[in-house]
Unconditional design. Structure first.
Length: 311
């Protein structure tokens, strides 16, 4: 009797869940791999990643190797005799021996339109750069960083209302649909991905805390993108008279006669004038040690109707 194809799913965050559930709904999943439990929250309690929770709920054995460099992790993988692996935001670089071990390949759902935005934070960088669209690429993993051939793409426009959180949630659903639509060709070995145009590649570096500070001398549209792109981490920060405000959400742009860096507010809203004479509406802010508030509530300690932003 022919052995059932053994599939492994490798992923860690919330964004990987739709693909895991779609895969498990279509075919038995032999094993789930995700990052180890990590401390989280104010109490720093050890917390399981979303994929672990979902995998256990689905009745799938879950494994959490700290590193694939260990002999124990390699022995575990070899013992499972995986034929096909699906990867979504796993958080590890997979070794060549693992890629070679799967007769039907290791396939990654990457949240960009490859070769644009290879790397760690493609959704954030697509918004930061002002891209008009992004999407999901179903690609076969190779040793190079997101360099493998692409089987299929799913496209989605980027709007002025999209934050990285909103967009990633939408793309995670798109990834599940893309996987489901091409799973049969992955299973029967008929998938024929096309090589990427490596000369057109761009790279999405990891996000860092120093990306958060808003510089009001820059154009308003760039600040608008920065605020939307860096939610929830590292966020966007504005210095007002030695207090660092987190800018959580923004509204539309409008023309302004104020000097760049002026933050003015009234009953209609709060507006930060940028370096190009345009102002962007700040709708939700967070003061140090406080919860997220409407901009007008957060600005009450400053009184009046305007203040100069620094940085």
């Amino acid at each position: 009797m022919t052995r059932l194809t053994r599939i492994a799913f490798l992923g860690t965050p919330q964004a990987a869940l739709p693909a895991l559930r779609a895969l498990a709904d279509a075919h038995p999943v032999h094993a789930v791999f995700c990052n180890p439990d990590r401390p989280a929250g104010r109490g720093r309690a050890l917390t399981a990643p979303p994929v672990k929770i979902a995998g256990l709920e689905l009745g799938i054995p879950v494994h959490q190797p700290l590193s694939w460099k260990s002999e124990a992790a390699k022995a575990l993988w070899v013992s499972l005799e995986i034929d096909l692996a699906v990867v979504v935001a796993y958080g590890h670089i997979l070794p060549s021996w693992m890629l070679d071990s799967c007769s039907l390949g290791v396939w990654n759902l990457h949240f960009s339109l490859l070769p644009r935005w290879r790397g760690a934070a493609p959704v954030n960088h697509a918004i930061l750069a002002g891209d008009e669209e992004t999407g999901v690429s179903l690609m076969r993993l190779t040793p190079g960083l997101d360099e493998g051939p692409v089987l299929a793409l799913s496209r989605r426009p980027i709007t002025m209302q999209d934050t990285s959180e909103i967009l990633l949630e939408q793309l995670s659903g798109d990834a599940a649909a893309l996987l489901k639509g091409h799973l049969s060709s992955l299973l029967d070995g008929t998938a024929r991905p096309e090589p990427q145009d490596h000369e057109g590649a761009t790279f999405a570096s990891k996000l860092t805390k120093d990306m958060a500070r808003l510089d009001a001398s820059r154009p308003a549209l760039e600040l608008h993108r920065q605020i939307r792109a860096l939610q929830p981490w590292p966020g966007a920060e504005l210095l007002l008279q030695d207090q660092l405000l987190k800018v959580i959400a923004v509204g539309p742009l409008r023309s302004s006669g104020d000097e760049p860096g002026t933050l003015r507010w009234d009953k209609a809203g709060a507006w930060l004038t940028a370096g190009d004479g345009q102002a962007l509406e700040l709708t939700r802010l967070q003061r140090p040690g406080k919860g997220v508030q409407s901009a007008l509530q957060a600005l009450q300690p400053w009184g009046g109707s305007g203040v100069r932003a620094e940085g």
